[in-house]
Structures are given as C-alpha cells and as structure tokens.
Design a protein around this ligand. Structure first.
Ligand code: 13P
Length: 250
C-alpha cells in the first residue's frame, strides 16, 4: 500500500519570519493527520525555521533544488550533504521551472538524482509536457524521454524509494488542472514505463504525484484515482488554511 504524499513547493516565496508565521497557523490545523505524508519545500533560507518548527510533528521537509557535486567552487549552489545536515528528507529535482529557466537537461537532472540518493535524500523527480506537446499528441513520448533520461542507471531499489511528480507545464500556476482522468492516464503510463525500466516491484512501490493547479476543491477527485499517490502543490500551499484543507482532502 503506497502512502499518499502531499508536498508544498513554495518556490521563491516566504522569508524566515513569514515561514514561522505559516507554521504557527498550519501545525494545529494538520495535527493528527495520518492518511498522508505532509512535506514542505521552502526556499533554502527558511529550512532552519521549518526544521525547528516541525520537530516532533507529522511534517517532513525538503529543498527545491541542489547541485550534483558534493562540494567545490560552485558559487551560489547548495549540496546534498548541506541539505541532509539541514534536516531535509526530500529534494525536488527537475522541476519544469528549473528545466525552462535554468537550462536543466535530463542528463543534469540524472546526475542530481544519483547524488541525492547517494546522500540519503529522496528525490521528488518532476516530469511533464508543454501545451504544444499535448496538442501535438506527444505527451507520452515527451514524458517517457524525461523519465528514461532522468532515471538512467538508477537501481530498482532506489527508484522504489523515490517520489515522481507528473506536472503538465500548461497546468502550473494557470488555474487549468488536468482532468483527473487525464492525470490518471499519464500517471498510469509513467508507472508502466517505470515497470519496463526497472521492474514491476519498483513500479508498484514508487509514489507518483500530480502537480498543476491542485486546490482544496479538486484534491479529493485527483487523489481518488488509483495511480495518483499525492500532489505537488504550488500556489495553494502558501496559505495555511488552504493547504491544511487540501491535506485533509479525505
Ligand atoms: P501550482 O500549484 O501553483 O500550479 O504549481 C504547481 C507546481 O509547479 C508545484 O511544483
């Protein structure tokens, strides 16, 4: 049985004090939630605030990116070891905004996935097609290419621990959600491709989230789909009451 995982990707939002304020309001609203894992991915500068505030709670946290090397002359970058030492359990890798604005290729994402796993960080690996791909009918081809490139050389045992996130780019921040059946169709396809790549046991174990305009009022329908194991949430994770309502979709 896969435990659902609902993660907030705060992107470039919230200072440390704003994060503290969020946690003060959010923690009581989600206390006792056991039906899903709750994860917050704030900017690096707020990780220590989340680490302190989430101690002894049902909240895990992660970062939104990292470098593939462990240390060195890489001005402005952050390593897996640094994130691990900061208390991160997860790291989002290959988000479409990283791919689009910072030129991350599947090969780069693949190096990052390997480094994260080698340092006991669990990747939340994002894949997803652009509107033009969907309209051209090439969604599966694009997503398969991203998966094969990003997961190259990763052992089944490691893939089974990871989280995958299907985020159609046309649904991110647009208010345009994929229908639950469209999301289910692509996510079932992703699971089948993982099976073809590393075997059915890992495919059955790996958790696959949907992301793209997930809100409190569409979460239940998405989460009811057999292959959708969670949500990667941007905008609706920024406000404590809204994110708590989403987490309590059941
Ligand atoms: P929105 O929920 O704001 O559409 O963002 C989705 C996303 O990119 C999460 O990683």
């Amino acid at each position: 049985m896969r435990q659902p995982i609902i993660a907030g990707n705060w992107k470039m939002h919230k200072t440390g004090p704003e994060t503290q304020e969020f946690m003060t309001q959010f923690l009581p609203l989600v206390a006792g939630v056991e039906h899903c894992e709750i994860v917050l991915c704030p900017p690096y500068t707020a990780l220590s605030v989340i680490a302190a505030a989430s101690q002894g709670t049902n909240i895990a946290f992660g970062a939104q990116n990292m470098h593939w090397e462990l240390q060195g002359a890489f001005t402005g970058e952050v390593s897996a070891g640094m994130l691990k030492a900061a208390g991160c359990k997860y790291v989002i890798l290959g988000h479409s905004e990283r791919r689009e604005y910072f030129g991350e290729s599947d090969a780069v994402v693949n190096r990052k996935v390997k480094t994260a796993l080698a340092n006991a960080l669990l990747p939340i690996l994002c894949v997803g097609e652009k509107l033009e791909h969907r309209e051209a009918g090439s969604t599966q081809q694009v997503v398969k290419g991203q998966l094969l490139g990003s997961l190259a050389g990763i052992a089944a045992v490691d893939v089974s621990k990871m989280v995958l996130a299907y985020e159609p780019i046309w649904a991110i921040g647009t208010g345009r959600t994929a229908t639950s059946s469209d999301a289910e169709e692509v996510i079932a396809f992703i699971r089948a491709e993982v099976g073809a790549l590393v075997g059915s046991a890992a495919a059955e174990a790996v958790r696959i989230q949907y992301g793209g305009s997930v809100k409190p009022d569409n979460a239940a329908e998405l989460m009811a789909m057999p292959n959708i194991d969670g949500a990667l949430v941007g905008g609706a994770s920024l406000e404590p009451a809204s994110f708590a309502k989403l987490v309590r979709y059941k």
